[in-house]
Design a protein around this ligand. Structure first.
Ligand code: NAD
Length: 546
């Protein structure tokens, strides 16, 4: 990363109408009298000059008049297309209200309807037929990317294969990188690798934006990904590549293949792990118990579940347990029931957690048999933390840990009200999508999102400012600790296991510092550490104020 990485001043190079039509430079009615004269804008704008603050108020007033979240998403997207700085100012100053619109849950709906609400392209699409010219395509991107979020659209949130419509996810995640971690939007490149889709509804949808073909698999798929990785490094040397919403049969393989070769991570596996571990650290501050005493039962056995389990195991090992003993404390339930050694159908990522136990088909039976202290839902099947499940957890534990992490909201294992009601207000609860504060038994609970959006912006920022050669599990461990440290006693008092979202830029700066210091300690930093790393990072963060 060069000197002013993340912030990079944007000097207007365009004039007149071209300036107003360039969203990266446009300030609309906020261009001052002086700028209007100097930049050939006189007469092209209505006479009254508005401040950016006034523009923000106008945007919010118009947005709040809309009742449908998808309409709000479309309005925000249009603003992004017209005036990037104003879009990010609205996001930064109102992150509680805006994150659920630009990210989960609304982004899920936006991906499902992507072709129908499509207005202007954003990012780079690479198609299955683009073998041999991926570098040439990436060169069409006019900015110097330092961060790529890439998807192949096969497992969008818990919504399955949405093909090229999945582009909403890299776009949304990169908006959060800019808003939450201050990485300049010009350095962020969303990429969708369109290898086809097996979603027949999309294939027969006249407005579907992607290739009309089934997914390519095997060697042709791997060769396209390899060409993309090589080309990305040729065009944008040292770029950080975040894999996003790949199906688990590719996600684990690709992470294993590239993690020690380039600067990369998979947020679904590693980012989720760090946010869940931070949430557990917070819950244990309330119960006073030790991590090494926990028994954790996952509903789901995919990227999120095994990613979280692996990081919990590392944290337990750091507290003195052997790896085998730590693994014994993590159990998985997948679509076929409890993951046990005797099952013949266990895929590689589940093997460490396939323990000796009689098979059990049912999640509730698994709870009764194993007596977990925590249940973590990451199966993308809505409503699976039933009243019976929650009541049993409350019977077994004074303060049961209940994380319903599946997204979007329709896939949540339970909602906040159910979690508190069926545990008599004793659940230590976190959810993947947002839920409003609520009253139960005269107490106000403020459930906060156990969402990797607390983690990935800071991790990306830390990797970029330190010019890390790789992103390691130690960095995610450091990120989890940094996040947990920012949870106050007042947060815990109201049942919040994470800091308030409006603190996200402070959170991201602390996480970035922890990641950059870990990179330096492990010899993976491409730049010497700054004497005051936090200040150094904060000074570089993108600020969308004009
Ligand atoms: P994945 O496809 O890798 O894994 C899903 C797992 O669920 C698989 O192991 C599958 O066998 C299992 N499963 C399916 N049906 C089941 C059932 N009826 N009972 C038990 N298990 C069942 O997906 P993933 O990446 O692990 O994501 C899973 C969910 O977690 C998604 O909804 C995703 O949006 C959510 N997620 C949330 C966060 C967050 O930050 N909160 C982060 C990552 C993923």
């Amino acid at each position: 990363m060069t000197g002013q990485v993340v912030r990079k001043a944007v000097e207007p190079s365009a004039r007149g109408l071209a300036l107003l039509q360039d969203p990266t430079l446009n300030k609309g009615t906020a261009f001052t009298e002086k700028e209007r004269d100097a930049l050939g804008l006189r007469g092209l704008l209505p006479p009254h000059v508005l401040s950016q603050d006034e523009q923000v108020t106008r945007v919010l007033t118009n947005l709040r008049r809309l009742s449908d979240p998808l309409e709000k998403f479309i309005a925000l997207n249009s603003l992004h297309d017209r005036n990037e700085a104003l879009f990010f100012r609205v996001l930064c100053d109102n992150i509680d209200e805006m994150q659920p619109l630009v990210y989960t849950p609304t982004v899920g709906l936006a991906c499902q309807k992507f072709g129908h609400i499509f207005q202007r392209p954003r990012g780079i699409f690479i198609g299955a037929n683009d073998r041999g010219r991926v570098a040439e395509i990436l060169r069409n991107w006019p900015y110097p990317a330092e961060l790529i979020v890439v998807t192949d659209g096969e497992r969008i949130l818990g919504l399955g294969d949405l093909g090229a419509n999945g582009m909403g996810i890299p776009v949304g995640k990169l908006s959060l990188y800019a808003a939450c971690a201050g990485i300049h939007p010009k350095l962020c490149l969303p990429v969708t690798i369109d290898v086809g889709t097996n979603n027949e509804t999309l294939l027969s949808d006249a407005y579907y934006v992607g290739l009309r073909q089934h997914r390519i698999t095997g060697a042709p798929y791997d060769e396209l990904i390899e060409e993309f990785i090589t080309a990305a490094h040729e065009v944008f040397p040292g770029v950080l590549i975040q894999f996003e919403d790949f199906a688990n049969h590719n996600a684990f393989r690709l992470l294993a293949r590239y993690r020690n070769r380039i600067c990369t991570f998979n947020d679904d596996i590693q980012g989720t792990a760090a946010v869940a571990l931070a949430g557990i650290f917070s819950a244990l501050r309330i119960t006073g118990a030790k991590l090494a005493e926990q028994k954790i039962l996952f509903l789901g056995a995919g990227e999120a579940a095994t990613g979280i389990a692996d990081l919990i195991v590392s944290a337990m090992v750091a507290q003195g347990l052997s790896q085998a003993a730590a693994r014994e404390r993590c159990w998985l339930v997948d679509s076929k029931g409890l993951v046990v050694k005797s099952r013949a159908d266990i895929t590689a990522h589940k093997v460490p957690y396939a323990h000796d136990h009689p098979p059990l088909a049912d999640f509730l039976d698994a709870i009764k048999a194993l007596k977990p202290t925590a249940i973590i839902g990451v199966a993308a099947v809505g409503g699976t933390f039933t009243p019976q499940v929650l009541e049993e957890m409350a019977r077994l534990n004074e303060r049961p840990i209940v994380f319903a992490l599946s997204n979007p909201t329709s896939k949540a294992e339970c909602d906040a009200e159910q979690a508190y009601r069926h545990t008599n207000g004793r659940a230590l609860f976190a959810c993947g999508s947002p839920f409003d504060p609520l009253q139960f038994n005269g107490k106000t609970f403020v459930p906060r999102q156990g969402n990797n959006s607390y983690i990935f912006p800071g991790v990306g920022l830390g990797a970029i400012v330190s010019r890390a050669r790789h992103v390691t599990d130690d960095m995610f461990m450091a990120a989890a600790h940094a996040l947990a440290h920012l949870v106050s006693e007042a947060d815990l008092e109201q049942g919040s296991l994470f800091p308030a979202l409006p603190r996200i830029r402070e959170v991201s700066a602390h996480i970035a510092k922890a990641v950059a210091e870990t990179a330096a300690k492990s010899g993976l930093a491409g730049k010497p550490a700054a004497p005051d790393m936090l200040k150094h990072i904060q000074a570089q963060m993108y600020d969308p104020r004009y």
